[in-house]
Design a protein around this ligand. Structure first.
Ligand code: PLP
Length: 411
């Protein structure tokens, strides 16, 4: 095998991976159709059509599109009856919005650690975090891989809690043959630019519960109610609506999403099959009930003990030099400065000290083990996918053979 690129050799790859999101003629035509014929905002037929199609696609009865995934979480929490001071259980291994939207609803995020194999909320640890103030559990389907929904729903049922899925990254993912989102009372999606479906910005809530859907409609639409007057406001809501042009872009993507899902799944399987034979690298585990992942991001773990102590950072730098950008992803959410809370700004958190939290699995993943590929790495041809595998094999083989060469890299 030739010399590693980081030491002056030829990189496995110098071409970029396919770009994302991808414009096409169908998308352009749908945007123009809406622009010219269906209105740009409130009352646009495009939004109604996309809501119906997306609900159907996610195996749900209702969809309410929103301005972002963050606003979708806020709206869903309010619609589920979360009140000031209520506690909402969330994993700390996720994007900030999962927890910050809880704060925006004047509620309290309570962190529960994740499973090392799936990177998702550990159902076994939820019960110990439940208090009389707990009202909801918000599992996240991280990287598009569904969390253990059966066990999470069972704990929620035992304690009378609602489950709101953060499916921001999980368009089209399935748990036991049913698409995620409406497995609990409802779930949210993001259409932010990097997501598997993108309108640049946008979000959605899906549900099978009519009352919850109506409440979501109200909170996302300035507190108006269905059938009410334009200037009649029953709740403290806001304008969190999706613009019609965004809905047109998303409507076009529903025409091709099955093809994208199949491609991502095929490429993920090819990489999984290759990496299972690379000592020290462990692909994320899918529980048997995951009948389809959205495969938003390819996750795996780095075990430095299998690489003579060579740091994950040295591995990342070497992979990046080969033209396959790997990186560590999230830090534990409770370590973000946001959670060094100020009692003047967040009086309902005055008795809570997030700085003392220590979640061993999340910290192990964030600080030592997690490896993220970029989301467009799963969108390539077989040759592109083979490049990902070749880079892993080339770098890990050299680290194992000559660990001393990597001592100063990434320091
Ligand atoms: C897990 C998760 N939750 C929530 C969000 C928030 O979505 P948005 O960026 O559309 O507000 C994101 C998106 O970045 C996310 O990845």
């Amino acid at each position: 095998m030739n010399e590693l690129a980081i030491f002056g050799g030829t990189p496995v790859r110098s071409k970029p991976f396919p770009g994302w999101p991808q414009p096409n003629d169908n998308l352009k035509n749908k945007i123009i159709h809406t622009f010219e014929n269906e209105g740009w905002g409130v009352g646009s037929a495009t939004v109604t059509r996309f809501n119906e199609r997306f609900a159907d696609f996610q195996d749900a009865k209702y969809c309410i599109t929103t301005s972002s995934g963050t606003t979708a979480i806020w709206v869903a929490l309010k619609a589920a009856g979360i009140k000031a001071g209520d506690e909402v259980i969330v994993p700390p291994y996720t994007f900030i919005a999962t927890a910050s939207a809880v704060l925006m609803a004047n509620a309290v995020p309570v962190f529960v650690d994740v499973e090392v194999e799936t990177f998702n909320l550990d159902p076994e640890l939820i019960e110990a975090a439940i208090t009389p103030k707990t009202k909801a559990i918000m599992p996240v389907h991280i990287a598009g891989n569904p969390a253990r929904m059966e066990a999470i729903l069972a704990v929620a049922k035992r304690h009378g809690l609602v489950v709101i899925e953060d499916a921001a990254q999980a368009h089209g993912a399935e748990w036991n043959g049913t698409k995620v989102g409406a497995l609990g009372v409802g779930g949210i999606f993001s259409f932010q630019t990097s997501k598997n479906m993108s309108a640049g910005e946008g979000g959605a809530i899906v549900t099978n519960d009519e009352e919850f859907a109506n409440a979501c409609f109200s909170y996302h639409n300035c507190g108006r109610v269905k059938g009410g007057q334009w200037y009649e406001h029953q709740h403290l809501g806001g304008n969190f609506r999706l613009p019609a042009i965004g809905a047109a872009m998303l409507d076009a993507q529903l025409d091709t999403i099955e093809i994208d899902i199949a491609l991502r799944d095929k490429n993920r399987n090819i990489i999984d099959n290759a990496l299972k034979d690379v000592p020290g690298i462990t692909p994320v585990k899918m529980p048997n009930e995951v009948t389809m992942s959205a495969n938003h991001i390819y996750l795996s773990r780095y075990d430095s003990t299998k690489f003579n102590g060579v740091s994950r950072e040295a591995f990342f730098k070497s992979m990046q030099a080969e033209g396959v950008y790997t990186y560590r992803g999230y830090v534990p959410l409770y370590k973000e400065n946001l959670f060094i809370t100020n009692a003047d700004e967040y009086p309902w958190l005055a008795d809570r000290d997030y700085s003392t939290l220590h979640m061993p699995v999340t910290e192990k993943l964030c600080y030592e083990e997690s490896i993220w590929l970029k989301q467009n790495h799963l969108l390539g041809t077989e040759i592109d996918t083979q490049d990902v595998i070749d880079a892993f094999e080339k770098v890990t083989t050299e680290i194992r053979k000559n660990p001393e060469r990597f001592q100063d890299i990434g320091k």
